[in-house]
Write a protein that binds this ligand. Structure first.
Ligand code: ATP
Ligand code: MG
Length: 419
């Protein structure tokens, strides 16, 4: 019996036809982010486990149950990255990127790994593009970064997105809110799901993020952070919203928005698509002013976000990106023409022209069919007769018109036509 090999559940191949869309998302991110002064950082796919447990938080879903962790030969516990921020912060501190003091803006892209139940919009290997800014507390940066993200989605042609925003407070005000929340939930504890009963003491804010209807009901009338926010957090939040207004970016305040990672302070936000089902958040992020210190760096305020590329891709329509396809097809009849074409194809490709050909000595009719399927604008037909006259036929495929051209001038004529 032959074994049928298949990719692991929750992990997928991205095939030609689809990869063009991914390339477009990546290229556009580079273009947009570089306008805002970001440079690319390439971080490893795996790290020591503590890099993630320390930063993301011991009681988060990611650390509690979603990480791919293994031990290597020397007994170190290693983990496939479930997200990018922890590694970027580790690298920022490790390479003293805070010296000389300045605002440092970095972006990354690549696969992330979480052992979650696979379903639409939720994979075990998924892709993110993320950006992080280090070194400023200024709320203009919160608004500017969110603005950059929105502009990016606009460039991808996405519509019907909603920006939801909240402030999670800081070390000064969040504990007060936490206390009030615990007080409120005390009598409702048995309404909570098993996970949230566990979260109750350790991480009660996470209960807002639970998808269970009962937990939702239990927190319906709960206090929100708004009433507990300190002056500093309040003014930061108000300014952020004001700067978003200046950028004409509509936003919905959601006082129950929390994120799946513990390191956020002050601003937290998500971008939600009205066109997706249950897994409808396509990007999320916020401020994390304490994380750099956690990693042994100097006090450094920071802001960042991550885009879920798989979900973003599912929202992109064909008309919003360009599929790269061959521009020219070379069809030949006879051995001599084939020999000539072999060189000509190389010359054209060296010019940066995308050329396709037939490899099977097919009939002219069949070659033209292949040219049609390849979607080229022009086919060059070279036959025995034409070769002897030093000429070839240039066929405009969509117009079904053809003209004779000099073989010596093919390169020049084709370059001109494709311009
Ligand atoms: P969710 O609430 O959907 O689980 P999250 O809070 O775990 O999201 P983040 O860690 O903030 O997500 O990651 C940012 C984005 O990455 C998400 O908004 C989503 O678009 C995407 N993402 C996260 N986990 C997955 C996954 N398992 N498969 C596909 N995309 C994902
Ligand atoms: Mg999650």
């Amino acid at each position: 019996m032959t074994i049928k090999y298949q990719a692991i559940k929750g992990v997928k191949d991205i095939l030609p036809g689809e990869t063009e869309k991914w390339q477009f998302m990546e290229m556009t991110a580079r273009e947009v982010f570089e306008c805002y002064g970001f440079s690319e950082i390439r971080i490893p796919i795996f790290e020591k486990t503590v890099v993630f447990t320390r930063s993301i938080g011991e009681t988060t879903d990611i650390v509690e149950k979603e990480m791919y962790t293994f031990t290597n030969g020397s007994g170190d516990s290693l983990t496939l990255r479930p997200e990018g921020t922890a590694s970027v912060v580790r690298a920022y501190v490790e390479h003293n990127l805070y010296n000389p003091p300045s605002v440092v803006k970095l972006y990354y892209m690549g696969p992330m790994f979480r052992c979650e139940r696979p379903q639409a919009g939720r994979y075990r290997q998924f892709y993110q593009i993320g950006a992080e800014v280090f070194g400023t507390e200024n709320p203009e940066m919160d608004a500017e970064s969110i603005g950059m993200l929105i502009r990016y989605f606009e460039r991808l042609g996405l519509k019907d997105l909603e920006l939801q925003i909240n402030s999670l407070g800081c070390d000064e005000c969040r504990p007060k809110f936490r206390k009030a929340l615990l007080e409120f939930l005390k009598d409702r504890k048995n309404m909570l799901c098993e996970d949230c009963q566990r979260r109750f003491e350790r991480n009660p804010l996470r209960i807002f993020d639970c998808k269970s209807a009962n937990c939702h009901e239990a927190t319906k009338e709960s206090p929100t952070i708004e009433s507990y926010m300190c002056e500093n957090c309040k003014s930061h939040f108000d300014s952020t919203l004001r700067y978003l207004d200046k950028l004409n970016i509509p936003h919905t305040e959601n006082p129950k928005l929390v994120r799946g990672l513990d390191y956020y302070t002050k601003t937290a936000f998500e971008i939600v698509s009205k066109k997706l089902g249950a897994q409808n958040t396509i990007a999320g992020g916020g401020r994390y002013d304490k994380l750099i210190e956690e990693f042994g760096g100097p006090p450094t305020p920071a802001f960042g976000f991550a885009i879920g590329i798989d979900r973003t891709a599912s929202l992109m329509e064909d008309k919003n990106y360009i599929r790269i396809s061959p521009q020219i097809f070379i069809a030949t009849v006879g051995e001599k023409a084939g020999e000539k074409a072999f060189e000509l194809i190389d010359t054209l490709r060296l010019k940066g022209i995308r050329v396709e050909r037939d490899y099977e000595n097919s009939s002219l009719k069949s070659q033209l069919r292949k040219a049609d399927r390849a979607g080229v604008k022009y086919t060059i037909i070279i036959g025995e007769d034409e070769i002897n006259k030093g000429r070839a036929i240039l066929r405009d495929m969509p117009a079904s018109q053809q003209e004779e051209i000099e073989i010596l001038r093919i390169e020049e004529i084709v370059s001109q036509k494709l311009r």
